[in-house]
Design a protein around this ligand. Sequence first.
Ligand code: ADE
Length: 238
Amino acid sequence: MKISVLTLFPKIIESYLNESIMKKATEKTQLEFEIVDIRLYSPYRHNQVDEYQFGGGKGMVLMPEPIILALESIKTDKSIVCMTTPQGKVWTQTKAKIFANKYEHIILLCGHYEGFDERIRKYVDVELSIGDFVLTGGELASLVIVDSIVRLLPGVIAVDSHMQESFENNLLDYPVYTKPIDFRGDLVPEVLLSGHHANILKFREEQALINTIKKRPDLINEVTLTESQLKLLKQIKK
Ligand code: ADE
């Protein structure tokens, strides 16, 4: 997989992708990152990339030429072009899984200032938002998206970690414990020390459900719950 990020602030992107798991991912797998500085594609004097908007209004708008020229220099038939904006479809774990499995080349276009000239949207396949709030630019949004895709690529992190993580089966993760067994009188649940795998599994399943009901009841979809989870849900609701 190749992931290209088009940005006015390449250093922000570089600093994250050159650290820790993101960097290791490029060493351990076929993943390749490409960072494209939009400013270098400006046909204007002083590498200008933004202008006042026609019709009046506050703030600068990103002009089409630098962005489209940068995009055309890297796009192939295998690319999906994504633009990060607060107007996009909200990014979720389900979308991260689809992107990780489906696309060979993901291009992320980061916005800034008051937004993109509307005509840029014609060159974009999908607009993505990371939530209903407004950031000063699309770099953090792109990094959130990249991180959530890359950690799902085979060989980046252990497969079991994915099976127990939040949002698998629409449930939050179960609580986990480590040493010491007694922390200021707060004890690790006994079942986890029992070595009884079936009971541990049952306990974790229950805890994931309880956690989700308490913290994110909006995630509970009764249609996708198993028989035993539905039974437990009824007991908890009583
Ligand atoms: N750019 C500014 N705010 C954003 C958001 N919430 N999601 C994606 N891109 C953005």
